[in-house]
Design a protein around this ligand. Structure first.
Ligand code: 13P
Ligand code: SF4
Length: 327
């Protein structure tokens, strides 16, 4: 049909960006939503913030800002738009709302959660504070606003060590990710009291898998996200946040690499680096994968789902996030 031909012609430059990771036969399925989303963004003065784990058609074709949790939080403060659509999980949308109380923040699927955020409640944090009086509480951004509100300062995987050391104390509580806490503890003299939360995606990687990768792919460079268990990080060549892993590939251009993290990350980085071979044992995050082009389009069409935070909680949670951004 002529209209289909016009649509495919209009979206051809966008397909060009992702042609290495999306087969041509699949593009017509995405083209209509991509085209509609770009028009909706213009009409509604909206921007899309997308995490590195979003699928390539979201990440490379409709997002205005992409990055790790730290970059998304920073960029959320600079956004000049009436509406922010957060293509990521709920805690990220809450962080964007904390930093933009006067803007409308939308999340396309309210059920896009996180096993780390689910692992701890505000009353757990209050109990930790009672048990360790005077010890500052550093809270990973992968938590609810209510948990952030009970904390002294937030951190992300990109700045956790700097935050822990920047407090100038000998002991901190770091929650809720036990593995991130132990991985940071291995790099610093600050004593870290951890919680028992785990990321359901990264906890599945094992040291045996890493050794097997080295055997099967001689010369491979192995990058691990710090939410991986410490024995996995110890076997890897390098560990860092999703943005840091992406920068590592850009700077070092390893001929063959594996990213021990969520699957879409390799697709998104591969798009930029045709000369690098990406080996793919990876794990899917079922929460990140709840966000699709179809529900991003729907969220802009129907103004759903609006992220709201109890103002009394928001005041204290914002302080914890702002302290992190100021350090
Ligand atoms: P990054 O901050 O490294 O992007 O990590 C966020 C996350 O949820 C990883 O699982
Ligand atoms: Fe949460 Fe893990 Fe998914 Fe990241 S990958 S959103 S930490 S469950």
């Amino acid at each position: 049909m002529p209209s289909d031909i016009a649509l495919l012609a209009r979206t051809a430059p966008l397909y060009d960006r992702v042609k290495r990771v999306i087969p041509a036969i699949e593009w017509p399925v995405f083209a209509d939503d991509v085209d509609a989303i770009l028009e909706l963004k213009r009409r509604r003065n909206a921007v899309i913030l997308a995490h590195n784990y979003q699928t390539p058609e979201i990440f490379h074709c409709v997002a205005d800002v992409v990055g790790d949790s730290l970059a998304l939080a920073r960029k959320a403060m600079e956004v000049d738009a009436d509406i922010i659509v957060l293509a990521g999980v709920h805690f990220m949308a809450e962080t964007a709302k904390l930093l933009n109380p006067d803007k409308t923040v939308l999340i396309p699927d309210r059920a896009a959660g996180c096993s780390l955020a689910e692992s701890i409640r505000p009353e757990d944090v209050r109990l930790l504070r009672q048990t360790h009086p005077g010890v500052p509480i550093v809270t990973y951004v992968n938590t609810s606003a209510a948990v952030k509100a009970e904390s002294d300062i937030c951190c992300t995987s990109g700045n956790a060590r700097a935050i822990v050391e920047g407090l100038g104390v000998s002991r901190v509580i770091m929650l809720p990710d036990e593995y991130l806490a132990r991985n940071i503890a291995a790099e610093t003299d600050v004593e870290i009291i951890a919680w028992k939360g785990h990321c359901e995606v990264h906890e599945r990687f094992s040291p045996r898998e890493v050794r097997q990768l080295r055997e099967d792919h001689p010369g491979i460079i192995i990058l691990a996200h710090p939410e991986c268990p410490p024995d996995v990080v110890a076997e890897a060549d390098f560990s860092g946040s999703t943005a840091v892993m992406s920068d590592y590939v850009a700077v070092n251009k390893p001929p063959r690499v594996v990213l021990l993290t969520e699957c879409s990350m390799s697709d998104n980085v591969a798009v930029e680096h045709p000369d690098v071979e990406f080996v793919r044992p990876c794990n899917l995050c079922p929460h990140m994968k709840r966000i699709t082009l179809a529900n991003i389009r729907q969220s802009l069409e129907t103004n759903s789902h609006v992220v709201t935070i109890d103002p009394a909680v928001a005041v204290r949670a914002r302080q914890a996030v702002e302290r992190m951004l100021a350090l």
